[in-house]
Ligand binder design. Structure first.
Ligand code: UD1
Length: 432
C-alpha cells in the first residue's frame, strides 16, 4: 500500500483568491480531522488491527502516522483512498520521537493509551496551532488521580504507572484532549473510572464508540459523565471516521457569504445544531437532509455568537463566522471562551477593511463592509480558511500565506472551492 504523504502539496505555496464568484454546486466532505487523529492514537491500545476509513487527506495525518511508527506501530496509510491500517500487536515503545510529536498537537492523544497499554509514556510537549496557552494540566491531573506518577521537564513529560486504578475525576473544564486521554487510559485501568464534566464533542463520541467496538466498556457516551470499566485488553476493529462538522460549517459559511447555493454531502446535521441556529438567525437559508445540507444566501443580519464546548458554538468555526458577520447588517458580538489568542486573526481581517473592535474576549463586528484584497497570513488552520473565505468576497486579489496550517486541517481545500466555482488557486510563493 503506498505511503501517500508525498502527494500532499508543498507547504511553501500560497493561495491566490479573486473575489466575486458565488459558490454553486455540491461538495462531498472528508472524515473529521479531530476524530481521525485520535482514532489513530487509539490503535496503541489495540492488540490486533485498527482498520480505519474516511481518514482525511490532511497534513496532520502522515505526521501522526510517523509518531505511531516511532512508537512501534505498524502503519499502512493510503491517503488517496482515505484508508489506513494500524497494528500494535506487540507492546509499543513508551518513548515517542520528539521531532514528529512537536509538530502536531494531537500527538498528546498518545499519552493516555500509552500509559494504559505499557504503564509508561515519555512525550515531548506537543506542537500545533498557536491559539493560546494550551496547557495539559487536566490530562496530567486525571492520570495522577488514576495512580500515575508525573515527571514534568522543560520540554517533555513522563508518566509512570505500574497499574492504573479507576478513579472519580471531575474536570475543571470540559477539555477535549483531556477527556480523550483519560477515557483511553481508563479502558485499561483496574476498576471503574467516572469522568465528570467531560467534553462531549461528536469526535469524542466517535472515539468512545470505536473503543466500545474494540471491547471497552463505556457508559454515558455523549453525556458529560462517562463511566469506564477497565478491561484486560482491546481487540481489532474496522471503523469509519465520523464526518468533519467544522469542514461542513466552513463550506456552509462560504456558500452564504458569497451569495451562493451549495449542497454539502457527508454531514451529520445534528452535530451542527448550534452553528445552524446561528446561520439561520443571520438570515442564511439551510435545508437539512439525512446526511447533507443545502445552504443558500439570504439577507445577512447581525447575530451574537458565543464559543463554548459542544454543544455550544465551536471555537473552530468562530473565525469563519466572523468573516460572514462582516457582511451582515448591524453590529454582531462574538465572544471567545475557549482559546484566548483566537482573535489574533482579527488584525488580518482589519487589514482587509473589516470593522472589528476587540475588548478582552469580546469582538464587535460592524457590517456590512466591502473588504479589499491584501496579503494575509493564515495564523492557524481555521484562520487560514477564514482568510481564504474573506478573499472570496473581497474586491481584487487576496494572497493567503502560511497555508501549511490550512493543509493540516482541510482536505483538498482549493480543489473543492474551485469545483464550486471559486476563483482560487494554489501557487508557489515565488509566483504570487
Ligand atoms: C481540540 C481540537 C481543537 C478545538 C478544541 C476545542 C484536536 C486535535 N483539537 O483541542 O481543534 O479547537 O479541541 O474544541 O482535537 N486546557 C487547559 N488544560 C488542559 C487542557 C486544556 O487549560 O489540560 C485549556 C486549553 O488551553 C484551551 C481549552 O482548555 O484554552 C480547550 O482545550 P481543549 O478542549 O483541551 O482543546 P484541545 O484538545 O487542545
Amino acid at each position: 500500500m503506498p505511503e501517500s504523504s508525498a502527494n500532499l502539496p508543498s507547504p511553501e505555496d500560497v493561495f491566490r483568491v479573486r473575489g466575486g464568484e458565488p459558490l454553486r454546486g455540491t461538495v462531498h466532505l472528508s472524515g473529521a480531522k479531530n476524530s481521525a487523529l485520535k482514532l489513530m492514537a487509539a490503535s496503541l491500545l489495540c492488540e490486533g488491527e485498527v482498520d480505519l476509513s474516511y481518514i482525511p487527506r490532511i497534513g496532520d495525518v502522515p505526521v501522526m502516522a510517523d509518531v505511531l511508527r516511532g512508537l512501534g506501530v505498524e502503519v499502512e496509510l493510503d491517503l488517496a483512498r482515505e484508508h489506513g491500517r494500524f497494528r500494535a500487536v506487540d507492546e509499543p515503545s513508551w518513548h515517542a520521537p520528539a521531532d514528529a510529536v512537536t509538530r502536531i498537537r494531537a500527538s498528546i492523544s498518545c499519552l493516555g493509551p500509552l500509559v494504559g497499554r505499557t504503564g509508561r509514556a515519555r512525550l515531548a510537549l506537543p506542537g500545533g496551532d498557536r491559539i493560546g496557552a494550551r496547557s495539559i494540566d487536566l490530562h496530567l491531573q486525571g492520570l495522577a488521580a488514576m495512580g500515575a506518577t508525573i515527571i514534568q521537564r522543560t520540554e517533555e513529560v513522563e508518566v509512570i504507572a505500574k497499574e492504573l486504578t479507576g478513579a472519580m475525576i471531575t474536570l475543571d473544564f470540559p477539555s477535549v484532549g483531556a477527556t480523550e486521554n483519560l477515557v483511553m487510559a481508563a479502558t485499561r485501568a483496574r476498576g471503574t473510572t467516572v469522568l465528570d464534566n467531560a467534553a462531549r464533542e461528536p469526535e469524542i463520541q466517535d472515539l468512545c464508540r470505536m473503543l466500545v467496538a474494540m471491547g471497552a466498556t463505556i457508559e454515558g457516551i455523549g453525556s458529560p459523565t462517562l463511566e469506564i470499566e477497565g478491561v484486560d485488553g482491546l481487540g481489532s476493529v474496522t471503523w469509519e471516521t465520523c464526518p468533519d462538522r467544522i469542514e461542513a460549517g466552513t463550506y456552509a459559511v462560504a456558500a452564504a457569504l458569497t451569495g451562493g447555493d451549495v449542497v454539502i454531502e457527508r454531514v451529520r446535521p445534528a452535530d451542527l445544531t448550534m452553528p445552524l441556529i446561528k446561520l439561520r438567525a443571520a438570515g442564511v437559508v439551510v435545508d437539512e437532509g439525512a446526511d447533507s445540507l443545502r445552504v443558500k444566501a439570504g439577507d445577512l443580519q447581525a447575530v451574537d455568537v458565543v464559543t463554548l464546548p459542544y454543544p455550544g458554538f465551536p471555537t473552530d468555526l468562530q473565525p469563519q463566522m466572523m468573516v460572514l458577520l462582516t457582511r451582515a447588517m448591524g453590529t454582531s458580538r462574538c465572544t471567545e471562551n475557549v482559546f484566548e489568542s483566537r482573535f489574533s486573526f482579527v488584525a488580518e481581517l482589519a487589514r482587509m477593511g473589516a470593522d472589528v473592535e476587540i475588548d478582552g474576549h469580546h469582538a464587535w463586528i460592524r457590517g456590512p463592509v466591502r473588504m479589499h484584497g491584501t496579503t494575509l497570513s493564515g495564523l492557524d488552520v481555521r484562520a487560514g480558511a477564514a482568510g481564504t473565505l474573506a478573499g472570496l468576497v473581497a474586491d481584487g486579489e487576496t494572497i493567503v500565506r502560511d497555508v501549511h496550517h490550512v493543509d493540516r486541517g482541510y482536505a483538498d481545500f482549493i480543489p473543492r472551492l474551485q469545483s464550486l466555482g471559486a476563483d482560487v488557486e494554489r501557487v508557489s510563493d515565488a509566483d504570487a
